[in-house]
Write a protein that binds this ligand. Structure first.
Ligand code: ADQ
Length: 472
Protein backbone atom coordinates (compact mmCIF):
# COMPACT_ATOMS: atom_id res chain seq x y z
CA UNK A 1 0.00 0.00 0.00
CA UNK A 2 1.22 3.51 -0.81
CA UNK A 3 1.88 5.44 2.38
CA UNK A 4 1.30 9.15 3.07
CA UNK A 5 2.93 11.79 5.27
CA UNK A 6 -0.46 13.04 6.51
CA UNK A 7 -3.38 10.76 7.25
CA UNK A 8 -6.80 11.93 8.38
CA UNK A 9 -8.87 9.30 10.14
CA UNK A 10 -12.59 9.94 10.40
CA UNK A 11 -15.71 7.84 10.64
CA UNK A 12 -16.76 8.67 7.06
CA UNK A 13 -14.80 9.10 3.88
CA UNK A 14 -15.51 12.50 2.35
CA UNK A 15 -16.98 11.10 -0.84
CA UNK A 16 -20.39 10.37 -2.16
CA UNK A 17 -21.73 6.84 -2.32
CA UNK A 18 -22.32 7.16 -6.04
CA UNK A 19 -19.76 7.46 -8.77
CA UNK A 20 -20.02 10.17 -11.44
CA UNK A 21 -20.76 8.96 -15.01
CA UNK A 22 -17.09 9.32 -15.99
CA UNK A 23 -16.08 6.99 -13.15
CA UNK A 24 -14.62 9.73 -10.96
CA UNK A 25 -15.62 10.26 -7.38
CA UNK A 26 -16.52 13.72 -6.23
CA UNK A 27 -16.17 15.26 -2.81
CA UNK A 28 -19.32 14.72 -0.85
CA UNK A 29 -20.83 18.03 0.13
CA UNK A 30 -23.47 16.44 2.27
CA UNK A 31 -24.44 17.93 5.63
CA UNK A 32 -21.70 17.22 8.12
CA UNK A 33 -19.37 19.71 9.67
CA UNK A 34 -16.17 17.72 9.31
CA UNK A 35 -16.33 17.28 5.56
CA UNK A 36 -17.15 20.93 5.08
CA UNK A 37 -14.27 21.89 7.34
CA UNK A 38 -11.45 19.79 5.92
CA UNK A 39 -12.40 19.87 2.26
CA UNK A 40 -10.57 23.09 1.39
CA UNK A 41 -7.38 21.97 3.12
CA UNK A 42 -6.80 18.43 1.92
CA UNK A 43 -7.61 18.77 -1.72
CA UNK A 44 -4.30 20.61 -2.17
CA UNK A 45 -2.28 18.44 0.17
CA UNK A 46 -0.48 15.08 -0.30
CA UNK A 47 -2.69 13.32 2.16
CA UNK A 48 -4.73 10.18 2.74
CA UNK A 49 -8.10 9.74 4.38
CA UNK A 50 -9.11 6.61 6.27
CA UNK A 51 -12.84 6.11 6.78
CA UNK A 52 -15.98 4.19 6.00
CA UNK A 53 -17.32 4.48 2.44
CA UNK A 54 -20.94 3.60 3.26
CA UNK A 55 -22.58 0.22 2.71
CA UNK A 56 -22.02 -2.98 4.63
CA UNK A 57 -20.18 -5.07 2.05
CA UNK A 58 -16.43 -5.50 1.66
CA UNK A 59 -14.43 -2.27 1.61
CA UNK A 60 -14.28 -0.94 -1.97
CA UNK A 61 -11.04 0.02 -3.70
CA UNK A 62 -11.36 3.72 -4.35
CA UNK A 63 -9.58 6.06 -6.71
CA UNK A 64 -7.81 9.13 -5.35
CA UNK A 65 -10.08 12.12 -5.03
CA UNK A 66 -8.49 15.48 -5.85
CA UNK A 67 -5.10 13.95 -5.05
CA UNK A 68 -6.21 12.58 -1.68
CA UNK A 69 -5.86 8.82 -1.21
CA UNK A 70 -8.97 7.07 0.00
CA UNK A 71 -8.59 4.07 2.32
CA UNK A 72 -11.94 2.53 3.10
CA UNK A 73 -12.66 0.64 6.30
CA UNK A 74 -15.39 -2.03 6.06
CA UNK A 75 -18.28 -2.03 8.53
CA UNK A 76 -20.87 -4.78 8.99
CA UNK A 77 -24.53 -4.25 9.79
CA UNK A 78 -23.78 -5.15 13.43
CA UNK A 79 -20.93 -2.62 13.53
CA UNK A 80 -23.24 0.08 12.23
CA UNK A 81 -25.96 -0.73 14.72
CA UNK A 82 -23.74 -1.13 17.76
CA UNK A 83 -20.81 1.18 17.08
CA UNK A 84 -22.26 4.02 14.99
CA UNK A 85 -25.90 4.16 16.02
CA UNK A 86 -25.20 2.60 19.41
CA UNK A 87 -22.14 3.67 21.36
CA UNK A 88 -21.23 6.72 19.23
CA UNK A 89 -24.67 8.20 18.69
CA UNK A 90 -26.82 6.86 21.52
CA UNK A 91 -24.25 6.83 24.36
CA UNK A 92 -21.57 9.44 23.66
CA UNK A 93 -23.50 11.96 21.53
CA UNK A 94 -26.29 12.63 24.05
CA UNK A 95 -23.91 12.48 27.03
CA UNK A 96 -21.51 14.99 25.45
CA UNK A 97 -24.42 17.31 24.67
CA UNK A 98 -25.45 17.88 28.28
CA UNK A 99 -27.60 14.70 28.29
CA UNK A 100 -30.41 16.64 26.62
CA UNK A 101 -31.62 13.13 25.75
CA UNK A 102 -30.91 10.17 28.02
CA UNK A 103 -27.70 8.30 27.05
CA UNK A 104 -28.08 4.52 26.84
CA UNK A 105 -25.48 2.03 28.04
CA UNK A 106 -25.10 -1.47 26.61
CA UNK A 107 -22.10 -3.77 26.94
CA UNK A 108 -22.57 -5.03 23.39
CA UNK A 109 -22.16 -1.46 22.10
CA UNK A 110 -18.89 -1.06 23.95
CA UNK A 111 -17.53 -4.27 22.42
CA UNK A 112 -18.41 -2.97 18.96
CA UNK A 113 -16.80 0.39 19.74
CA UNK A 114 -13.52 -1.34 20.65
CA UNK A 115 -13.68 -3.64 17.64
CA UNK A 116 -14.34 -0.84 15.13
CA UNK A 117 -11.73 1.47 16.70
CA UNK A 118 -9.18 -1.35 16.39
CA UNK A 119 -10.01 -1.73 12.69
CA UNK A 120 -9.58 2.01 12.07
CA UNK A 121 -6.27 2.00 13.98
CA UNK A 122 -4.96 -0.84 11.84
CA UNK A 123 -6.00 0.92 8.63
CA UNK A 124 -4.31 4.14 9.78
CA UNK A 125 -1.15 2.21 10.72
CA UNK A 126 -1.02 0.80 7.19
CA UNK A 127 -1.64 4.18 5.51
CA UNK A 128 0.93 6.36 7.30
CA UNK A 129 4.53 6.61 6.16
CA UNK A 130 7.35 6.23 8.71
CA UNK A 131 7.40 9.20 11.09
CA UNK A 132 4.17 10.47 9.48
CA UNK A 133 1.40 12.42 11.03
CA UNK A 134 -2.03 10.99 11.75
CA UNK A 135 -4.96 13.20 12.64
CA UNK A 136 -7.84 11.30 14.23
CA UNK A 137 -11.25 12.97 14.25
CA UNK A 138 -14.09 12.91 16.69
CA UNK A 139 -16.03 10.91 19.23
CA UNK A 140 -16.53 7.80 17.08
CA UNK A 141 -12.82 7.06 17.31
CA UNK A 142 -11.63 8.01 20.77
CA UNK A 143 -9.71 4.75 21.29
CA UNK A 144 -7.79 5.05 18.01
CA UNK A 145 -4.90 7.24 19.30
CA UNK A 146 -4.01 4.70 22.01
CA UNK A 147 -4.41 1.66 19.74
CA UNK A 148 -2.42 3.31 16.96
CA UNK A 149 0.42 4.23 19.30
CA UNK A 150 0.78 0.55 20.22
CA UNK A 151 0.98 -0.38 16.54
CA UNK A 152 3.11 2.53 15.34
CA UNK A 153 5.08 4.32 18.08
CA UNK A 154 7.00 6.24 15.35
CA UNK A 155 3.96 8.36 14.39
CA UNK A 156 2.89 11.81 15.59
CA UNK A 157 -0.74 11.39 16.52
CA UNK A 158 -3.32 14.14 16.85
CA UNK A 159 -6.90 13.88 18.04
CA UNK A 160 -9.58 16.52 17.54
CA UNK A 161 -13.00 16.40 19.15
CA UNK A 162 -15.66 18.23 17.14
CA UNK A 163 -18.35 17.94 19.78
CA UNK A 164 -18.33 19.35 23.31
CA UNK A 165 -16.39 17.53 26.01
CA UNK A 166 -18.66 17.33 29.03
CA UNK A 167 -18.03 18.35 32.62
CA UNK A 168 -16.81 15.62 35.00
CA UNK A 169 -20.20 15.00 36.64
CA UNK A 170 -21.61 13.88 33.27
CA UNK A 171 -18.58 12.03 31.92
CA UNK A 172 -18.27 10.08 35.19
CA UNK A 173 -21.49 8.26 34.28
CA UNK A 174 -19.73 6.34 31.51
CA UNK A 175 -19.07 2.76 32.58
CA UNK A 176 -15.84 2.68 30.52
CA UNK A 177 -14.66 6.20 31.33
CA UNK A 178 -11.07 5.20 32.16
CA UNK A 179 -10.58 3.37 28.86
CA UNK A 180 -11.99 6.27 26.85
CA UNK A 181 -9.68 8.79 28.52
CA UNK A 182 -6.73 6.43 28.14
CA UNK A 183 -7.49 6.02 24.43
CA UNK A 184 -7.42 9.77 23.85
CA UNK A 185 -4.16 10.09 25.80
CA UNK A 186 -2.47 7.99 23.10
CA UNK A 187 -2.34 11.26 21.11
CA UNK A 188 0.47 13.83 21.27
CA UNK A 189 -2.01 16.69 20.92
CA UNK A 190 -5.69 16.68 21.85
CA UNK A 191 -7.68 19.54 20.39
CA UNK A 192 -11.09 20.75 21.57
CA UNK A 193 -13.44 23.44 20.30
CA UNK A 194 -13.40 25.45 23.53
CA UNK A 195 -11.00 26.03 26.40
CA UNK A 196 -13.68 24.82 28.82
CA UNK A 197 -13.56 21.37 27.19
CA UNK A 198 -9.78 21.11 27.67
CA UNK A 199 -10.32 22.09 31.30
CA UNK A 200 -12.98 19.39 31.74
CA UNK A 201 -10.65 16.83 30.20
CA UNK A 202 -7.72 17.75 32.45
CA UNK A 203 -9.91 17.52 35.54
CA UNK A 204 -11.17 14.10 34.51
CA UNK A 205 -7.75 12.71 33.72
CA UNK A 206 -6.54 13.78 37.15
CA UNK A 207 -9.60 12.39 38.88
CA UNK A 208 -10.08 9.09 37.02
CA UNK A 209 -6.52 8.16 36.10
CA UNK A 210 -4.68 9.94 38.91
CA UNK A 211 -2.34 11.59 36.40
CA UNK A 212 -1.18 15.17 37.05
CA UNK A 213 -2.81 17.41 34.45
CA UNK A 214 -3.10 21.10 33.64
CA UNK A 215 -5.32 22.71 31.01
CA UNK A 216 -2.30 22.69 28.68
CA UNK A 217 -0.39 19.48 29.24
CA UNK A 218 -0.54 16.05 30.80
CA UNK A 219 2.40 13.77 31.64
CA UNK A 220 1.78 10.16 30.72
CA UNK A 221 4.81 8.03 31.58
CA UNK A 222 7.69 9.57 29.65
CA UNK A 223 5.41 11.36 27.18
CA UNK A 224 3.82 14.77 27.37
CA UNK A 225 0.33 15.07 25.88
CA UNK A 226 -0.61 18.63 25.03
CA UNK A 227 -4.21 19.77 25.11
CA UNK A 228 -5.92 22.97 24.05
CA UNK A 229 -8.69 24.80 22.25
CA UNK A 230 -8.64 25.01 18.43
CA UNK A 231 -12.03 26.43 17.47
CA UNK A 232 -12.92 25.14 14.01
CA UNK A 233 -13.75 27.64 11.28
CA UNK A 234 -15.11 27.94 7.75
CA UNK A 235 -13.58 28.90 4.43
CA UNK A 236 -14.52 32.54 4.87
CA UNK A 237 -13.20 33.71 1.51
CA UNK A 238 -14.86 30.89 -0.41
CA UNK A 239 -18.26 31.52 1.19
CA UNK A 240 -17.93 35.27 0.64
CA UNK A 241 -16.95 34.76 -3.01
CA UNK A 242 -19.90 32.46 -3.58
CA UNK A 243 -22.23 34.94 -1.89
CA UNK A 244 -21.01 37.67 -4.24
CA UNK A 245 -21.59 35.64 -7.42
CA UNK A 246 -24.27 36.97 -9.76
CA UNK A 247 -25.91 33.53 -9.96
CA UNK A 248 -26.34 33.50 -6.20
CA UNK A 249 -27.66 37.06 -6.16
CA UNK A 250 -30.16 36.12 -8.82
CA UNK A 251 -31.24 33.02 -6.96
CA UNK A 252 -31.60 35.09 -3.81
CA UNK A 253 -33.87 37.64 -5.48
CA UNK A 254 -35.94 34.86 -7.00
CA UNK A 255 -36.31 33.21 -3.60
CA UNK A 256 -37.39 36.47 -2.02
CA UNK A 257 -39.94 37.02 -4.79
CA UNK A 258 -41.25 33.46 -4.40
CA UNK A 259 -41.74 34.15 -0.72
CA UNK A 260 -43.99 37.11 -1.63
CA UNK A 261 -41.40 39.83 -0.90
CA UNK A 262 -41.77 39.77 2.89
CA UNK A 263 -40.33 42.55 5.08
CA UNK A 264 -38.32 40.11 7.16
CA UNK A 265 -36.97 36.65 6.47
CA UNK A 266 -35.84 34.46 9.36
CA UNK A 267 -33.77 31.38 8.51
CA UNK A 268 -32.67 28.28 10.42
CA UNK A 269 -30.54 25.49 8.93
CA UNK A 270 -29.89 22.40 11.00
CA UNK A 271 -29.44 18.70 10.83
CA UNK A 272 -32.58 17.14 12.29
CA UNK A 273 -31.06 16.47 15.69
CA UNK A 274 -32.40 16.95 19.19
CA UNK A 275 -29.36 19.01 20.20
CA UNK A 276 -30.21 21.75 17.71
CA UNK A 277 -33.12 23.22 19.68
CA UNK A 278 -35.58 23.12 16.76
CA UNK A 279 -38.67 22.41 18.87
CA UNK A 280 -37.88 25.19 21.35
CA UNK A 281 -37.35 27.66 18.50
CA UNK A 282 -40.62 26.76 16.80
CA UNK A 283 -42.45 27.04 20.08
CA UNK A 284 -41.05 30.54 20.62
CA UNK A 285 -42.06 31.47 17.09
CA UNK A 286 -45.57 30.16 17.59
CA UNK A 287 -45.98 32.30 20.70
CA UNK A 288 -44.77 35.38 18.84
CA UNK A 289 -47.35 34.72 16.13
CA UNK A 290 -50.06 34.13 18.71
CA UNK A 291 -49.28 37.39 20.55
CA UNK A 292 -49.24 39.33 17.28
CA UNK A 293 -45.61 40.46 17.78
CA UNK A 294 -44.83 38.74 14.50
CA UNK A 295 -47.25 38.75 11.58
CA UNK A 296 -47.34 36.14 8.84
CA UNK A 297 -48.06 38.79 6.29
CA UNK A 298 -44.72 40.54 6.64
CA UNK A 299 -42.44 37.95 8.25
CA UNK A 300 -41.44 34.52 6.98
CA UNK A 301 -39.59 31.73 8.75
CA UNK A 302 -37.67 29.21 6.65
CA UNK A 303 -36.66 26.09 8.57
CA UNK A 304 -34.30 23.74 6.76
CA UNK A 305 -33.94 20.58 8.85
CA UNK A 306 -32.23 17.93 6.81
CA UNK A 307 -32.77 14.33 7.86
CA UNK A 308 -29.80 12.93 9.70
CA UNK A 309 -28.95 9.71 11.58
CA UNK A 310 -32.45 8.60 10.85
CA UNK A 311 -32.02 5.27 12.55
CA UNK A 312 -31.38 6.85 15.93
CA UNK A 313 -34.81 6.50 17.53
CA UNK A 314 -34.81 9.92 19.18
CA UNK A 315 -34.20 11.61 15.83
CA UNK A 316 -37.19 9.81 14.30
CA UNK A 317 -39.35 10.90 17.19
CA UNK A 318 -38.05 14.45 16.86
CA UNK A 319 -38.82 14.56 13.16
CA UNK A 320 -42.42 13.49 13.75
CA UNK A 321 -42.78 16.10 16.46
CA UNK A 322 -41.24 18.91 14.43
CA UNK A 323 -43.36 18.10 11.39
CA UNK A 324 -46.46 18.00 13.57
CA UNK A 325 -45.50 21.35 15.09
CA UNK A 326 -44.89 22.95 11.67
CA UNK A 327 -48.21 21.62 10.39
CA UNK A 328 -50.01 22.93 13.43
CA UNK A 329 -48.45 26.40 13.24
CA UNK A 330 -49.16 26.66 9.52
CA UNK A 331 -52.72 25.48 10.09
CA UNK A 332 -53.30 28.03 12.83
CA UNK A 333 -51.51 31.07 11.44
CA UNK A 334 -50.92 30.55 7.72
CA UNK A 335 -53.13 31.69 4.88
CA UNK A 336 -53.53 30.30 1.41
CA UNK A 337 -50.29 31.14 -0.38
CA UNK A 338 -48.81 32.50 2.87
CA UNK A 339 -47.55 29.75 5.17
CA UNK A 340 -46.08 30.87 8.49
CA UNK A 341 -43.17 28.46 8.15
CA UNK A 342 -41.49 27.17 5.01
CA UNK A 343 -40.13 23.79 5.99
CA UNK A 344 -37.57 21.77 3.98
CA UNK A 345 -36.26 18.40 5.10
CA UNK A 346 -34.02 17.88 2.08
CA UNK A 347 -30.37 18.79 1.74
CA UNK A 348 -29.92 22.01 -0.21
CA UNK A 349 -26.95 22.50 -2.50
CA UNK A 350 -24.20 24.96 -1.72
CA UNK A 351 -25.45 27.70 -4.05
CA UNK A 352 -28.99 27.44 -2.71
CA UNK A 353 -27.70 27.46 0.86
CA UNK A 354 -25.68 30.62 0.32
CA UNK A 355 -28.62 32.23 -1.52
CA UNK A 356 -30.72 31.45 1.56
CA UNK A 357 -28.07 33.04 3.80
CA UNK A 358 -28.23 36.11 1.59
CA UNK A 359 -31.97 36.61 1.98
CA UNK A 360 -32.04 35.94 5.73
CA UNK A 361 -32.46 39.18 7.66
CA UNK A 362 -32.22 37.11 10.82
CA UNK A 363 -30.37 33.82 11.12
CA UNK A 364 -31.59 31.83 14.12
CA UNK A 365 -28.99 29.35 15.37
CA UNK A 366 -30.20 28.19 18.74
CA UNK A 367 -28.83 24.74 19.65
CA UNK A 368 -29.18 23.47 23.21
CA UNK A 369 -25.53 22.46 22.96
CA UNK A 370 -23.19 22.43 19.97
CA UNK A 371 -19.43 21.88 19.63
CA UNK A 372 -19.08 24.88 17.32
CA UNK A 373 -21.87 25.28 14.71
CA UNK A 374 -20.55 26.06 11.27
CA UNK A 375 -23.90 27.34 9.99
CA UNK A 376 -23.52 30.43 12.21
CA UNK A 377 -20.05 31.10 10.79
CA UNK A 378 -21.12 30.46 7.19
CA UNK A 379 -23.96 32.95 7.58
CA UNK A 380 -21.61 35.67 8.81
CA UNK A 381 -19.13 34.90 6.03
CA UNK A 382 -21.93 35.22 3.45
CA UNK A 383 -23.13 38.68 4.62
CA UNK A 384 -20.73 40.55 2.38
CA UNK A 385 -22.65 43.82 2.69
CA UNK A 386 -22.56 43.78 6.52
CA UNK A 387 -26.31 43.37 6.89
CA UNK A 388 -28.12 40.60 8.73
CA UNK A 389 -28.57 39.74 12.41
CA UNK A 390 -27.28 36.51 13.92
CA UNK A 391 -29.34 35.11 16.78
CA UNK A 392 -27.01 32.67 18.50
CA UNK A 393 -27.27 30.26 21.39
CA UNK A 394 -24.86 30.79 24.27
CA UNK A 395 -24.38 27.02 24.20
CA UNK A 396 -22.90 26.86 20.73
CA UNK A 397 -19.09 26.88 20.64
CA UNK A 398 -19.35 29.73 18.14
CA UNK A 399 -20.69 32.02 20.89
CA UNK A 400 -17.21 32.18 22.45
CA UNK A 401 -15.98 33.94 19.31
CA UNK A 402 -19.02 35.66 17.78
CA UNK A 403 -19.67 37.81 20.81
CA UNK A 404 -21.47 40.46 18.78
CA UNK A 405 -24.30 38.09 17.89
CA UNK A 406 -27.66 38.45 19.62
CA UNK A 407 -26.95 35.83 22.26
CA UNK A 408 -29.77 33.81 23.80
CA UNK A 409 -30.33 30.94 26.19
CA UNK A 410 -32.46 28.53 24.14
CA UNK A 411 -33.88 26.90 27.27
CA UNK A 412 -35.43 30.22 28.25
CA UNK A 413 -38.53 30.57 26.08
CA UNK A 414 -39.12 34.23 27.02
CA UNK A 415 -35.47 35.05 26.42
CA UNK A 416 -35.62 33.31 23.06
CA UNK A 417 -38.69 35.35 22.05
CA UNK A 418 -37.12 38.61 23.20
CA UNK A 419 -33.87 37.77 21.40
CA UNK A 420 -35.72 37.04 18.18
CA UNK A 421 -37.68 40.28 18.42
CA UNK A 422 -34.52 42.25 19.20
CA UNK A 423 -32.83 40.77 16.13
CA UNK A 424 -35.90 41.45 13.96
CA UNK A 425 -36.25 45.04 15.14
CA UNK A 426 -32.56 46.00 15.36
CA UNK A 427 -31.55 49.21 13.60
CA UNK A 428 -29.47 48.88 10.45
CA UNK A 429 -26.58 50.64 12.21
CA UNK A 430 -26.56 48.23 15.11
CA UNK A 431 -26.77 45.25 12.78
CA UNK A 432 -23.93 46.55 10.61
CA UNK A 433 -21.62 47.28 13.56
CA UNK A 434 -22.08 43.78 14.90
CA UNK A 435 -21.78 42.09 11.54
CA UNK A 436 -18.65 43.98 10.63
CA UNK A 437 -16.91 42.89 13.82
CA UNK A 438 -17.91 39.25 13.33
CA UNK A 439 -16.83 39.23 9.69
CA UNK A 440 -13.50 40.76 10.65
CA UNK A 441 -12.99 37.95 13.17
CA UNK A 442 -13.77 35.28 10.58
CA UNK A 443 -11.52 36.86 8.01
CA UNK A 444 -8.51 36.19 10.26
CA UNK A 445 -9.79 32.99 11.79
CA UNK A 446 -10.68 30.86 8.80
CA UNK A 447 -10.35 27.18 8.09
CA UNK A 448 -6.76 27.50 6.94
CA UNK A 449 -5.76 29.31 10.11
CA UNK A 450 -7.45 26.53 12.08
CA UNK A 451 -5.68 23.71 10.26
CA UNK A 452 -2.38 25.58 10.35
CA UNK A 453 -2.53 26.22 14.06
CA UNK A 454 -3.50 22.62 14.81
CA UNK A 455 -0.97 21.00 12.49
CA UNK A 456 1.92 23.22 13.50
CA UNK A 457 1.19 22.50 17.17
CA UNK A 458 1.18 18.78 16.36
CA UNK A 459 4.21 18.86 14.11
CA UNK A 460 6.67 20.17 16.70
CA UNK A 461 9.58 18.54 14.91
CA UNK A 462 8.67 20.42 11.73
CA UNK A 463 8.76 17.24 9.66
CA UNK A 464 5.83 18.17 7.47
CA UNK A 465 6.53 19.84 4.14
CA UNK A 466 5.76 23.56 4.48
CA UNK A 467 2.95 23.41 1.96
CA UNK A 468 0.92 21.15 4.21
CA UNK A 469 0.50 23.90 6.68
CA UNK A 470 0.62 27.00 4.58
CA UNK A 471 -1.59 26.40 1.59
CA UNK A 472 -5.16 25.31 1.29
P1 ADQ B 1 -22.81 19.30 12.79
O1 ADQ B 1 -23.56 18.90 14.02
O2 ADQ B 1 -23.16 18.56 11.57
O3 ADQ B 1 -21.22 19.20 13.02
P2 ADQ B 1 -22.57 22.18 11.88
O4 ADQ B 1 -21.31 22.67 12.49
O5 ADQ B 1 -23.63 23.19 11.86
O6 ADQ B 1 -23.15 20.89 12.61
O7 ADQ B 1 -22.23 21.73 10.40
C1 ADQ B 1 -23.22 21.46 9.49
C2 ADQ B 1 -22.68 21.62 8.08
O8 ADQ B 1 -23.61 21.01 7.20
C3 ADQ B 1 -22.56 23.08 7.65
O9 ADQ B 1 -21.44 23.26 6.86
C4 ADQ B 1 -23.84 23.32 6.85
O10 ADQ B 1 -23.68 24.20 5.79
C5 ADQ B 1 -24.18 21.95 6.32
N1 ADQ B 1 -25.65 21.77 6.30
C6 ADQ B 1 -26.48 21.71 7.35
N2 ADQ B 1 -27.74 21.54 6.93
C7 ADQ B 1 -27.72 21.48 5.60
C8 ADQ B 1 -28.70 21.32 4.56
N3 ADQ B 1 -29.99 21.18 4.82
N4 ADQ B 1 -28.27 21.29 3.30
C9 ADQ B 1 -26.96 21.43 3.01
N5 ADQ B 1 -26.01 21.60 3.92
C10 ADQ B 1 -26.37 21.62 5.19
C11 ADQ B 1 -20.34 18.76 14.06
C12 ADQ B 1 -20.57 19.40 15.42
C13 ADQ B 1 -20.53 20.92 15.29
C14 ADQ B 1 -19.21 21.36 14.67
C15 ADQ B 1 -18.92 20.58 13.41
C16 ADQ B 1 -17.51 20.86 12.90
O11 ADQ B 1 -21.81 18.98 15.98
O12 ADQ B 1 -20.71 21.53 16.55
O13 ADQ B 1 -19.29 22.73 14.35
O14 ADQ B 1 -19.03 19.18 13.63
O15 ADQ B 1 -16.56 20.65 13.90
Amino acid sequence: MRQSPLVVVANRLPIDDSMAPDGAFEWRRSPGGLVSALHPLLRHTPAAWVGWAGGTGPAPDLPDVDGVRMHSVPLTGDDLRDHYEGFANSTLWPLYHDSVEQPEHHRRWWEAYQRVNQRFAEAAAAAAEPGGLVWVQDYHLQLVPGLLRQLRPDLRIGFFLHVPFPPPELFMQLPRRAELLGGMLGADLIGFQRAQAAHNFAQLVAKVLGVPATDRSISVGDRVVRIGAFPIAVDTAEVAALAAEPEVAERASRLRRDLGDPDRVILSVDRMDYTKGIEQRLKAYRELLASGDVKVHDTVLIQVAVRSRDRVAQNQILRDRVEHQVGRINGEFGRVGEPAIHYLSQPVDRTELVALYRIADVMAVTPLRDGMNLVAKEYVAARVDDTGALLLSEFAGAAAELEQAYLVNPHDLEGLKQGLLAALRATPDDVATRMRAMREHLRHNDIRAWARSYLSALDVAGSLPGRLTTTG
